[in-house]
Design a protein around this ligand. Structure first.
Ligand code: ATP
Length: 769
C-alpha cells in the first residue's frame, strides 16, 4: 500500500466509523423506546392479572355466571395477546443489545438494473429501520444480502420475491467491529475473503458451537437458501460446515417463512444428545428459537416406554459375525420396508392377533370375539378405519356392561361398606340431594362401576387389545415364506435364529435397534396412524448412520415435510457404508426432479497439515480440499507399554496447555476411556470423563469414547491407543472420524506397533516421537 492509499484508507475508516456511530446511536434510541414500551406492557399485564383475581374472588361458589365466564374469557385473551407481544419485544430487545456491539459486518455498493442511482447497504444479524422506514441494516437473510455471499464484483443476480434480479456490484466491504469500534475493514473481490475466514477459523474451540453468518461460503449459501427441493442431500467432508450450514438454514427458513413457520414445525435428528447440547446456542444467538431436536433412538424409544432399547454404546460395541451382518443388512433395507408394507395389506383379510380385554382378572371380551368384530366390517374398510370401528363397538359393549354390572352383588356390597369420606368423594357436591334412596343407590353404583371400568375403557382407547409383539412375530415368521432369503445370502436357519432372538428379547422386555423401527412401522400400519402432517422441515444430520429402512420410516412419519439430509459417507461409524449406495437409496424415496445434491469439499475445521493426514486414512475417500491454514504436523507417539503411553499423553497435554489448546482424548471404546481417565487421575492430571451422551461437554481436558465424538470439534485431539490390529480394516471411517475432530493439533498414540490403517499414510504428513 502506498502512503496515499494508506491515507485514503484512514479517511475511509473515519467516515465508516462516523456512520457506525450514527447507526449505534439509532440502535440505542430504538432500545430505549422498546424498553419504555416493555415497561408499559408489564404494568398493563399486572393490571389485567389483578382484574383477573377480582373476577375470581367475585364468583360465588362453583356456579359461574355467564357474565363472569365471558369476562374471564376476554381477560384471558387479552392476557395472551399482551404476553405474546411482550415476549416478541423482549426478543427484539435482546437482538438490539447484540446490534449495539456489532450492528453489521458488511457493506455493499451496487446499482439495480433499470434503477438510476447507486445504493449502499449494510448487512448485519438483524434488520433495523429508522423512523421513516429506511433500512439502516439489512438482515443477512434478506434477498439482497445473498449477493454478499454469492457474487464477485460486477454483474450478479439474486432471487427476490418478484423473481430473478440483476445488479451491478461495485464494492464489497467487510468489517471487524468490536464493541462499537471498527478494528479493521477490507474490500474484497472474492466471495467471502480468505482473510476474514482465516481469522474466524484461527479462534479456539468452545463447548458450544458458533454461528458462521459473517463468513458463509458460496456453496454453503446454496444449502442455506434452497427452498424448492423436497430433498436436499448434502455430502460434505469432515469439517466442511454441514452442521453449521443447516443451523443457518433453519434460521433462514424461519425468517423467510415468518408467520407461516414456527420452530416447532422444524425437527432435527442428530447423532447423539451430547451434540444437541453442543449446538443449542447457535439459533438463539441469531434471535431464533431452537427447533425440535432429538436422536433417532429417542424418537422411537419414547413410544415403547416398557421396553428397553439398545443404547448407543451397546450398538457400537456389539460385534456381529458375518451371518448376523447379512441379516442386519437385510432388515435395514428398503426391500424389507416394502415386504412389510405388502404384508400389512394382507392383514385386511385376516391374521391380526388380539389380546383378551380383562376386567377384575376375568376375560371381559375375548380375543376371538374382538377378531370377529374386527373382520366383520366389509372389504371397503382399511386397517385404520377397521380399527376405529372396532373401538367404537367395544366401547358400546363396555357401556352395556356397566348397566349390567351395576346390579351385581359386589357393587351392592361395596355401597354398603362405603365410609363417610368415600361417599363424599363420590358425590358431585357435598350436599347432593336425591329423590329416593333407590336413586342414590343407582347413582353410587354407576359411579363405582364406571370408576372400576375406567381401566378397561383406557385399555380400549389405548388399543391395548392389539397384540403388537405377536403381530410382529407373525410377520417375522412369514418373511421366510414371502421373501427369497437366499437372494440376501441368508439361510432359513439363520433367519429362524434371528426370529428366536426377537422372542428372547421380548421375554426380557428388550428390543434391538434392528427390530424397533419395523416393529413401530407395523404398529402404525395396523393402527392407521397418519404421520405428523404439520411438520414442515426435517433435518437429518450424519445421514450415513441411518439405515434405508429408518429413512423410509421417517419419510412415512413426516409425509409433507421437506428434507435436508447431511452426511459424510467417509464417517459411517455404524453402517460402515463405503459407497454411494445410501444416496441412491435415499433418492429412490423422492422424485428425481425434486431432489438436489450438493457436495462440500472444502474442510474448514482443521489445519492443512491435519486435513492432509486425515484424508490419507481413506483409501476410497471423496475429494477433500484443505483450507489453507497452517499448523504443526500431526505427531505419532510410540511407547512400549500402557504406562509409558499414559506418561507421554501427560507430556502432550502439558504442551497443548502451553499453547492454550483444550484437548480431547478420544478412545475407541468406553472401557478404554474409563481406564485412561483413572490412570490420569492417579497422576493427578485433571480430565473429565464423558461416558454418556446425557452428559455435557466440560471445559478443560476431556476423555471420551469415539462414538460420542461425532459432530464435535476440539483444539487438540489425542487419539488413544491406535496400535496394530486395534482397528479392523472396515474401521477406516471410524479412525477418520476421530482424527478429523482436531482443529489445531493432532496427536496419535500407539503401543508396540502403529495401526496398519495409519502406517499407510505418507511419512511426510506426520512426525514420529
Ligand atoms: N463458512 C464458515 N465460516 C466460518 N467457519 C466455518 C464455516 N464453515 C465451517 N466453519 C467452521 O468449521 C468447523 C466445522 O464445521 P461443522 O462442524 O459445521 O462441519 P461438519 O461438516 O458438520 O463436520 P463433521 O461432519 O466433521 O462433523 C466449525 O468450527 C465451523 O464453525
Amino acid at each position: 500500500m502506498t502512503n496515499k492509499s494508506e491515507l485514503e484508507h484512514l479517511d475511509e475508516k473515519k467516515i465508516e466509523q462516523s456512520h457506525l456511530d450514527d447507526v449505534i446511536e439509532l440502535v440505542k434510541t430504538t432500545e430505549d423506546r422498546l424498553k419504555s414500551h416493555l415497561e408499559i406492557a408489564e404494568r398493563d399485564l399486572e393490571v389485567i392479572n389483578n382484574a383477573f383475581d377480582d373476577i375470581h374472588v367475585g364468583m360465588d361458589g362453583d356456579a359461574i355466571s355467564f357474565d363472569a365466564a365471558l369476562s374471564i374469557h376476554q381477560q384471558q385473551q387479552m392476557l395472551d395477546e399482551r404476553n405474546n407481544s411482550w415476549q416478541q419485544n423482549r426478543q427484539r430487545l435482546d437482538i438490539l443489545k447484540r446490534l449495539e456491539k456489532t450492528p453489521y459486518f458488511a457493506r455493499l455498493d451496487f446499482q439495480e438494473k433499470g434503477e438510476p442511482k447507486r445504493e449502499t447497504i449494510y448487512i448485519g444479524m438483524s434488520s433495523l429501520t429508522d423512523q421513516n422506514d429506511h433500512f439502516l441494516i439489512y438482515d443477512w437473510r434478506a434477498p439482497i444480502s445473498s449477493i454478499y455471499y454469492d457474487g464477485n464484483l460486477g454483474e450478479v443476480h439474486y432471487q427476490s420475491p418478484d423473481g430473478d434480479q440483476e445488479v451491478d456490484l461495485f464494492l464489497k466491504r467487510q468489517f471487524l467491529i468490536e464493541n462499537g469500534k471498527i478494528t479493521s475493514f477490507f474490500d474484497t473481490q472474492e466471495t467471502i475473503g480468505d482473510q476474514m475466514l482465516l481469522e474466524v477459523l484461527d479462534e479456539k474451540s468452545s463447548t458450544h458451537m458458533k454461528g458462521i453468518v459473517k463468513t458463509i461460503q458460496k456453496e454453503q449459501n446454496k444449502i442455506i437458501r434452497n427452498t424448492d427441493s423436497k430433498l436436499l442431500f448434502v455430502q460434505g467432508a469432515a469439517g466442511s460446515g454441514k452442521t453449521s450450514a443447516i443451523l443457518q438454514r433453519i434460521a433462514y427458513l424461519l425468517y423467510r417463512y415468518r408467520g407461516n413457520l414456527t420452530s416447532s414445525q422444524v425437527v432435527m435428528f442428530s447423532p447423539n444428545m451430547l451434540f444437541n447440547d453442543y449446538i443449542k446456542d447457535v439459533l438463539p444467538e441469531m434471535g431464533e428459537q431452537n427447533m425440535v431436536q432429538m436422536t433417532f433412538i429417542q424418537y422411537v424409544a419414547r413410544r415403547l416406554p416398557n421396553l428397553s432399547v439398545e443404547t448407543l454404546a451397546e450398538k457400537f460395541e456389539h460385534d456381529e459375525n458375518s451371518n448376523q451382518k447379512q441379516v442386519s443388512k437385510f432388515v435395514a433395507d428398503n426391500e424389507f420396508f416394502k415386504i412389510l408394507t405388502n404384508y400389512s395389506e394382507l392383514l385386511n383379510q385376516s391374521g391380526i392377533s388380539f389380546r383378551d380385554l380383562k376386567f377384575q382378572g376375568k376375560t371381559f371380551i375375548s380375543k376371538e370375539k374382538i377378531s370377529e368384530i374386527y373382520y366383520s366390517f366389509g372389504q371397503q374398510y382399511n386397517l385404520g378405519n377397521r380399527l376405529d370401528a372396532t373401538v367404537e363397538r367395544l366401547i358400546k359393549m363396555l357401556h352395556r356392561k356397566i348397566g349390567a354390572e351395576m346390579r351385581s352383588k359386589w357393587v351392592q356390597e361395596r355401597i354398603e361398606n362405603l365410609s363417610q369420606e368415600e361417599l363424599q368423594a363420590l358425590y358431585n357436591t357435598a350436599d347432593q340431594e336425591f329423590k329416593s334412596g333407590d336413586n342414590e343407590r343407582k347413582f353410587l353404583a354407576r359411579k363405582i362401576v364406571t370408576k372400576t371400568m375406567q381401566k378397561v375403557y383406557n385399555q380400549i382407547n389405548h388399543l391395548r387389545f392389539i397384540n403388537v409383539s405377536a403381530n410382529y412375530l407373525h410377520f417375522l415368521q412369514a418373511v421366510s415364506k414371502v421373501a427369497d432369503l437366499s437372494k440376501y445370502d441368508i439361510t432359513n436357519e439363520q433367519w429362524d435364529k434371528y426370529v428366536n432372538e426377537f422372542i428372547e428379547d421380548m421375554n426380557n422386555k428388550r428390543i434391538s435397534m434392528n427390530n424397533i423401527t419395523p416393529y413401530l412401522y407395523l404398529y402404525d400400519l395396523i393402527t392407521g396412524k397418519h404421520g405428523e402432517l404439520d411438520m414442515k422441515f426435517v433435518f437429518i444430520d450424519e445421514i450415513q448412520d441411518y439405515t434405508p429402512f429408518q429413512l423410509a420410516y421417517l419419510k412415512f412419519k413426516f409425509p409433507r415435510a421437506r428434507y435436508t439430509m447431511l452426511g459424510d459417507l467417509n464417517q459411517s461409524i455404524f453402517t460402515k457404508k463405503n459407497s454411494q449406495t445410501l444416496l441412491s437409496e435415499v433418492q429412490s424415496l423422492f422424485n428425481a426432479d425434486e431432489t438436489k445434491v450438493v457436495q462440500l469439499t472444502h474442510s474448514y475445521r482443521s489445519t492443512k497439515q491435519i486435513t492432509n493426514y486425515t484424508k490419507s486414512i481413506l483409501t476410497n475417500g471423496q475429494k477433500i480440499e484443505p483450507f489453507n491454514r497452517d499448523g504443526d504436523l500431526p505427531n505419532v507417539i510410540m511407547s512400549d507399554s500402557i504406562k509409558g503411553s499414559v506418561a507421554r499423553v501427560v507430556d502432550q497435554l502439558q504442551k497443548n496447555y502451553e499453547q492454550n489448546f483444550t484437548t480431547a482424548i478420544i478412545t475407541k471404546t468406553l472401557e478404554e476411556a474409563v481406564a485412561l481417565q483413572k490412570d490420569l487421575q492417579q497422576q493427578e492430571v485433571p480430565a473429565t470423563l464423558i461416558k454418556s451422551e446425557n452428559q455435557r461437554l466440560a471445559a478443560g481436558t476431556i476423555v471420551l469414547p469415539s462414538y460420542l465424538a461425532k459432530g464435535l470439534e476440539f483444539d487438540a485431539v489425542i487419539v488413544w491407543d491406535a496400535s496394530k490390529d486395534k482397528f479392523d480394516e472396515d474401521e477406516q471411517q471410524l479412525i477418520y472420524t476421530i482424527t478429523s475432530r482436531a482443529m489445531h493439533k493432532l496427536t496419535i498414540t500407539a503401543i508396540g506397533e502403529l495401526s496398519q490403517l495409519l502406517q499407510r499414510i505418507p511419512e511426510k504428513y506426520y512426525t514420529v516421537e
